[in-house]
Design a protein around this ligand. Structure first.
Ligand SMILES: O=C(O)[C@H](O)[C@@H](O)[C@H](O)[C@H](O)COP(=O)(O)O
Length: 266
């Protein structure tokens, strides 16, 4: 690893020399949290996003993880989903299914994708309802400090504009405090209709990892992590701040290139 360290309140920084190294570290990290969750709770509730994250998780379907991970205990959710049919090229479910979920022995009924037959608003309501049922049966834990679900691990990507999940800069969805899942119909990144976990849910997780590669994201990474001037834009990724949980950043060197930590250690 090029650098492994921490920022005083922005979590753990895991900066990698190569994509291959990042992929191995990410697979190890997910496998470790899976093992700890299964040991503690008997299940592992993991939340995926869309985009490049899924390809970066690819090693999980290879040896040794395909045999060592207790896939039967995995419950899968999405931090955000595009409101399209499940077989549509834009579907985050389809992306994860094709590249990962179909290659490992996950129990099909443990895969909690959205209802793709209804409007964005109804899909968000349905998804929240489904999660509420799983909180009741403790497949998903509940936070000690809010009434929110406490997922074992939420994995997020980062957009060059600083968005995470489908929480975009200056969007009213960032202010949602009551709902666990909300919807938008004006996403600046196509397609426009999406559902998304809200910040209170993301910040109630036991572990949150943001996985970012490429120099187009370097400025957003800097704004999300470094102690920047108050007049700098407050991007959604900076609002990711688990109250009790752990935050980790998986970065390649180009994504980390504007970080103070990297520049001061050289
Ligand atoms: O469905 C989505 O669009 C996402 O969940 C979104 O938040 C994504 O993770 C980022 O836009 C990063 O995407 P890339 O890693 O592909 O740039």
């Amino acid at each position: 690893m090029a650098l492994s360290g921490g920022h005083k309140d922005r979590g753990e920084l895991r900066i990698h020399e190569s994509l291959d190294e990042l992929k191995t570290d990410l697979a190890d990290y997910i496998a470790e949290i899976s093992e700890a969750s299964v040991k503690e709770r008997g299940v592992f509730a993991i939340v995926l996003s869309g985009g490049s994250l899924i390809g970066l998780m690819g090693k999980l379907s290879e040896a040794p993880y395909n045999k060592t991970v207790d896939w039967s205990k995995w419950y899968i959710f999405w931090a955000d989903e595009r409101v399209v049919a499940k077989n549509h090229a834009d579907s985050n479910f389809k992306l994860a299914k094709d590249s990962l979920l179909s290659k490992v022995p996950i129990v099909p009924s443990h895969v909690h994708s959205i209802n793709d037959t209804v409007s964005a608003e109804e899909a968000a309501d349905d998804y929240e309802f489904a999660i509420r049922q799983l909180v009741k049966t403790r497949v998903v834990s509940v936070s000690e400090i809010s009434d929110c679900p406490k997922f074992d691990l939420i994995l997020l990507g980062l957009g060059p504009d600083g968005h995470v999940a489908s929480l975009f800069p200056d969007h009213s969805a960032l202010d949602e405090k009551e709902e666990w899942v909300t919807f938008i119909t004006d996403s600046p990144k196509p397609p426009p209709e999406r559902i998304t976990f809200t910040l209170p849910v993301i910040n109630s997780a036991s572990n949150v990892a943001v996985v970012v590669t490429g120099d187009s994201k370097a400025e957003a990474v800097h704004l999300a992590i470094d102690d920047v001037a108050p007049e700098c834009p407050l991007i959604p990724a900076r609002m990711v701040q688990p109250a009790k949980g752990k935050l980790a950043w998986f970065l390649d060197k180009p994504a980390a290139s504007k970080l103070e930590a990297l520049n001061s250690s050289q």
